[in-house]
Ligand binder design. Sequence first.
Ligand SMILES: [Fe+2]
Length: 246
Amino acid sequence: MIDIHCHILPRVDDGPRSMGESLTMLRKMALEGITHVIATPHCNENLPLFRKEILGHVEKLNSGIARMGIDVEILPGSEITLFNIRRYRKNFERGLFCHLGDNPKYSLLEFPWQSDRVPKGALELAQWVAAQGTTLIVAHPERTPYLRDNRDALHALVEAGAWLQITVDSLIGTNTPVAQTVAEELITQYPNIVLASDSHNFNRCSGLVAGYDAVSERFGAERAQDLKTRANVILQHLAPSPWRVL
Ligand SMILES: [Fe+2]
């Protein structure tokens, strides 16, 4: 299993506070069968974390994993928040962003939590990104007020080719009841859904099995497998990395 959205890098964003905490989380994840974790630190106005810096952090964590003999691999990525269309496009064109697996085939995009900070022209931007050959994966729309309240806007993003990432905690009800309801609605309505943990620390580390089990119970085993397969597709589009053993 691959977790495509996880704040696993120590002391980088609001994720784990130490290497020890990262490794404890990873040990737990490996035990439930997670083999790959894409590190997705925040990349936003307050914390503009770009590819160059993220690659170094990922390498360091992979070294720690190797020392501890944990059977999991960290891949580079980031959760890019869309505040400013022009700046996003400029950073994208300059190759500054760290897309999922360090490959621009898939990119994780978050909409601002405050609806009034969502820039005008987000749809046009999503269409532009799709035209570059990149599939946008919209982070946790079931938790993002703007997307929850503007289903037409969400629908248009999907029409433009975006996938939707649902967070396990939303599905199992540990976020909010609204998030759970919307998560289920979106899984019912849209085919291109992927699950991820969006873990930040050991207490917020629900893994993936609980999520796939919930999908299996409510939507059938076939749908759970479909979601797993879709997330695994990202593994086929990884940039070659020095630490990867094929
Ligand atoms: Fe996140």
